[in-house]
Design a protein around this ligand. Sequence first.
Ligand SMILES: [Fe+2]
Length: 381
Amino acid sequence: MSVDKSSIERAILEMAKDADLLASVKASPERAPELLGIDAEWAETILSGNRDRLRAIGLNDGVTILVSRWFNDDLGDAASTGGFIVDDSIPVPTPDLPRNLVFAGGCSHVPDLLARPEIDPPEAVERLLAGYEKLARDIAAADPDVILVSADCHFQSFNTGHFVLGVGDEHVGSMEFFKRPDLDLQLTGHREFATELARVVRAHGLEVEEAQKVELDHGLIVPLRLLLPRPDLPVIPIITQPARSFSPFNAREFGVAMRDAIENSGLKVAVLATGGLSHWLDPGHFGGVDVEFDTYLLKLLATGRGLDMCSLEPYPLLAHGQYEIMNWMIMLGITGPGVFGDVYSYEPMEASGGGWTVVNMDLDAAAAKAAAANSAAGVSS
Ligand SMILES: [Fe+2]
């Protein structure tokens, strides 16, 4: 059984609109489930003003702050811990993978890993590279026909603030900005499928920029030099622009919007998220690593709750250095709920400036779980 998040949100908003209802709930807390139309467990969560648990099911902070004001009489919200928790008691939804999706995963794209690895501790670099090697084997074994790769905008210049799909026939670039023009890459594109993806995204009600040219930088060069199983495998770049628009909601929906097109493509599709985790570029903050928050995100991924991070608001994400996390949310929108991530590496590296990771999403286990759920439903009906 999964949690009906919308009914819990509705219950809170009903109390916001109806002072009599709120007064009745306060006067007779034992009747809260009945008055609010939710189960006892979640009524208790609300009555105790437990904002962290409400956030864990994806309610935004503007809604959860109401409950601490009402039930803790805490106008300043001073009693809330503000902790980001992964609550194992909340059931994980049944997976719903798009057919044809043969690989999903994510990794960092830190330029120094290739440009000057000697600035970080050698054993940490070795562990991180071992993660990439493992992920490279997964992608090769999946034998995709095309790979969608998300990164954020670093040095490119686009016309809008939207997410970008690279529709060109080829993509080229090098790491000249890191004084390593020798670290270059030339990729084949997939115009037809990329154009179809842009069409379905628009049909979903979202904006997208179709770019004929996506000049490659470390965002794609670092991961793909390490992971691309064959040089002619077509790549479709998906570029987010966090400096122009930062919307976890849109990032998830961008991925969701592409699911049908992936299913209908007749292609074996892989999706690779790149970037993050915690990472600051602003002056005075470079070199910080938020291990605690990175660990929270990795635990969400590892327990099949990755999509929950898309319910977090921009402020807390950015405050914890997650400038590149939308790249991962697009991948999670594509995989859908309940897919468990296998964290191959996580290394906080201050010299190169972030918490770097490599994660494979276990599609086989998710498919098996979905099939078991379907056959159980078939048996009982
Ligand atoms: Fe980056």
